[in-house]
Structure formats: C-alpha cells, structure tokens
Design a protein around this ligand. Structure first.
Ligand code: SF4
Length: 490
C-alpha cells in the first residue's frame, strides 16, 4: 500500500511524492523528465524569501471542523495564521447558519525557557484547557518547529491524560522545518483524521460522495449536479462534524476539487476501505468537469446519467463561452498557483482563449500517492505549444521579475499576497481565492465574465502603479528571474 496508516505521521511530500520547490525550464521538459519512473532533483536557491509552512495548512483544515478543537503546541508567532482561519470560520459558519463563534484553538505560547526545560507541562495544561473551555468531540495537537526540535513527548503527554479528556486527542506532525512543501501539512491533517477519527464502515452508503475541498462555497451547485445523478456530497473536512468524518469510509466514492489536496486522503480511503478515488483532472472548465463527472459516474455505475447531465450543462453555457472567447481573444497571461490549480488552469485559460506566457507552480509533485503523474500536467503537456514553467514556493522576487519582463495583460494567482505585486506593476490581477472558481460549465463562464470586467476596468491598477515605489532595483530586473536557483545537476 502506498499509504501506511500504522505509522504516527505522514511522510513529507519530498520523500513520498518526489515533490520539488525549485525548477525553471519548460512544461514539456518537466513532464518528460519526471515521467516513466524518471525523477528530477530539486534545485536549491541561494537566496530565498519567506514563505508558508505546513502548520498553517494543517490548521486551515482542522480548525474548521465544526466540533473539534486544536491545541497548537508552539510559540505564539506560529499561530499568526489563526486570524485568517478565524475569518474563514466566521464566513463559513454564517453561510451554513451554524451560529457565530470563534475557532476553537489554543496556543501553548512556548517561550525560551520551554525550549530549555521542555514544554510538556504547557501542552498538558493546553489540552485540559481546550477540553474545559470547548467540550469538543476531538482535540488535534499540532506541532511546531520549536516543539519538534526540542523533542517534546506529545504522544506521552496525551497517553498520560487518560480519562481526564474522554475524547480522541490526536497528534498532528506538521512542524514547518520538516518539509519545504507546505502542502505536507494537508497530509499531516488527513493522516490525523484517518488514524484518529475515521472508523471502519458499518454500512456502505451507495449515494454518498466524499467531496474533499477547502471552504465549500459552491455547495448548492455541487449538490444540484450530484442530485441530478442521484448522489449526495459530503464536504470534508472543514465544517464537517467529527461524527460525519467517522463515516467517510462508508462513501461510494471520493472526489476532490484540488488534486494536491485530495491525493493523500483519497488514496488512503481507496486502499484501506475500498472507496474509489476519482483520479481525473480537476473539475475546472468544461473539459475538467466533464472528465471529473465521468470519473464519478464510472465509479458508481451512472455513466448514462452523467452523459445526459453533461449535455444539459453544456447546452446552457456554450453560447456564453463563445462570446467570452471572442472578447478575450489576444489576451496574454502569467499564472502563479499551487500545483493542482496551476496545471488545471492551463486548461481553463486555454478554453477561455487566453494565451499563457509563463506558469509558476508553488511546488511540483512528481507523482501522486497512487503512483501516477498528475493528470492535468499531462494534459497540458500534450498540447502542441510548450510554455515556460517554473517551480518555487511563492518566491515573489522571481514572480515580480517575471511579470516585469513578460508584461502580460493579466496575472492569475491563487494567493492574494502574490496578486498584489502584479497590481503594483500595473498588471491586471485576478486572484482565484475561491477553490470553486471556474468549477464546472457555469463556473467557467462566470469566471470568464469576471476576467472581462477586470481587463475592461484597469483604473485601479493604473493608479496604484503610478503611486507605488517597488523595492526592487533595476539591477534585479536585469537578472534572470531564476538566477538564484542552482541549476547545475538535475
Ligand atoms: S512551525 Fe516553524 S515554520 Fe511554521 S510558523 Fe512555526 S516556526 Fe515558522
């Protein structure tokens, strides 16, 4: 089996999937050098800007489980992302009519003395306080560089608690220093859910689809699509309850909106409980949603229903798409996103008639947990035209330089912290923050109209660029954007 649920922590993506964070070349070159059992060596950087860490990724999933709590065993600075997680929590709870409350998270506030004398006491107090304050159905203990480096005995502390905390208390190994690939934190969170929460199936639920996603904004749209073929989605893991997570082993199929996110849990559920995992390209754009729905249909024996659904959805949106393509003709773009979205959006922008000059992927998995190359990059590489492609953990100095050289009409990014640099350069920036942007036929045309709005009204970026002084000197703009990447041996 590819995924071992008998060990206490998920191996990091570098060792499990051959993930890299440093590459510069072309899309076809990258695919050719990582296919058929070949592997490519990561190129290190001699200069690096700050980036994200696994701990934030683990907590972005776990902090929004409806009735769980988190004890973040870390210095207070590691909990900085909590503000963002809490905003997402408030939005999510509001739209689901769950009532207004903050996320249930305690940080143990490790200080210098704890790194000398150990932080076990603080951890124990933190878990007891989380139980006293929130009465959660489960407690996740997320680790940090500090608690990992000094070797605090997380499992020992948990086992000593015994009946004092009568719910599962589950360690989540997401120390930032373990992996340069922040998505390793997703796997750490899923490993904790799979080993500490999920139970073997009591009774299979033939219509239930595990829908692995982040915030689940398009729930009504997904429910309608699934409902038309007799299926019902369960959105996991944010905003699911612990009880719902216990039974995901009973689902008929697991699907995901993001293949970077879904690879670990989808493969584990397939291997461990026989729940098929849909391994198609992500459901963005006409091509993506059709492949994805066909994958779901094949897994549950509803192929004919899926074909009829696709026909109806296409008929309702094709005329719009044609008009959008006419209006976006000649537009050129750069995109910078996590790997699943970077690869998927190469297809999306192709469908919208936008030419991509360069794609930057925040990391690259040479294969997924089920042992195959990501299908979306294979699709992109099968096109006749090659494009320039880079891999970097959101190194914004590289993106800024690339944008200033290529001067695209539009910059697409999943992360607003990256989009803002394009806007400051006077380039129209379209952040794709919502994971369901361009989801399905209707999502693609909505996205197309949004892009037309953005390129039509450039007042904001024009003004911003006129006022902002960027920190980079002409010396940097004259360098190759990837000149700090060691590209000797591959
Ligand atoms: S876990 Fe490590 S990398 Fe992550 S925020 Fe804390 S100190 Fe930084």
């Amino acid at each position: 089996m590819a995924i071992n649920l008998d060990i206490s922590e998920a191996p990091i993506r570098e060792s499990r999937l051959g993930a890299i964070t440093g590459y510069s070349g072309t899309l076809k070159d990258l695919v050719a050098r990582t296919g058929c059992g070949a592997t490519i060596k990561n190129c290190e950087r001699t200069f690096s800007q700050t980036s994200s860490c696994s701990s934030g990724c683990a907590q972005t999933l776990l902090a929004n489980i409806a009735d769980a709590a988190i004890v973040n065993h870390a210095p207070i600075g590691c909990a900085g992302d909590t503000v963002y997680h809490n905003i997402a929590n408030h939005y999510g709870r509001f739209y689901r009519e769950l009532g207004n409350r903050n996320i249930q998270l305690i940080n143990t506030n490790m200080e210098e003395s704890d790194t000398v004398f150990g932080g076990n006491e603080k951890l124990r107090d933190g878990i007891l306080e989380a139980w006293r304050r929130f009465s959660p159905k489960a407690i996740f203990v997320t680790t940090s560089c500090a608690s990992g480096i000094i070797g605090d005995d997380i499992k020992g502390v948990i086992s000593e608690l015994g009946d004092d905390v009568p719910v599962p208390v589950i360690p989540v190994s997401c120390e930032g220093f373990r992996s340069k690939v922040w998505a390793s934190g997703f796997d750490a969170a899923f490993h904790a859910v799979l080993t500490g929460i999920v139970k073997p199936p009591r009774q299979k639920q033939p219509n239930l689809v595990n829908m692995v996603n982040f915030r689940g904004s398009a729930r009504d749209y997904v429910r309608r699509l699934f409902g038309e073929i007799g299926l019902e989605p369960r959105f996991i893991v944010p905003f699911a309850t612990v009880e719902e997570l216990e039974t995901i082993s009973e689902a008929a199929v697991t699907a995901t909106v993001c293949t970077t996110l879904g690879s670990y849990i989808g493969t584990a559920l397939e291997e461990q409980y026989g729940v098929p995992y849909v391994k198609t390209i992500p459901p963005h754009g006409f091509v993506g949603i059709e492949a994805w729905l066909r994958g779901i249909g094949a897994a549950v024996g509803k192929q004919a229903d899926v074909e009829q659904l696709i026909e109806r959805e296409r008929a309702a949106t094709s005329a719009d798409l044609e008009e959008i393509r006419r209006r976006l003709k000649g537009k050129r773009a750069v995109l910078g996103m996590g790997p699943s979205y970077a690869q998927s959006y190469l297809g999306v922008l192709d469908e919208l008639g936008i030419e991509v000059l360069h794609a930057a992927s925040w990391h690259y998995d040479q294969q997924y947990d089920y042992g195959e190359q990501p299908p979306a990059i294979l699709r992109a590489a099968s096109r006749e035209k090659d494009i320039s492609f880079s891999v970097g953990d959101q190194q914004l100095y590289e993106i800024g330089n690339t944008l200033s050289r290529l001067k695209p009409d539009i910059y697409f990014s999943r992360h607003p912290g990256s989009s803002v640099w394009a806007a400051k350069l006077g380039i129209t920036a379209v952040p794709v923050i919502d994971e369901y942007t361009a989801f399905g036929h209707h999502g693609l045309v909505n996205f197309g109209w949004r892009i037309i709005d953005a390129v039509t009204n450039r007042n904001f970026v024009n003004r911003l660029a006129g006022w902002v002084k960027l920190p980079y000197s002409s010396w940097w703009y004259e360098q190759d954007p990837y000149s700090f990447l060691e590209r000797g041996e591959v």
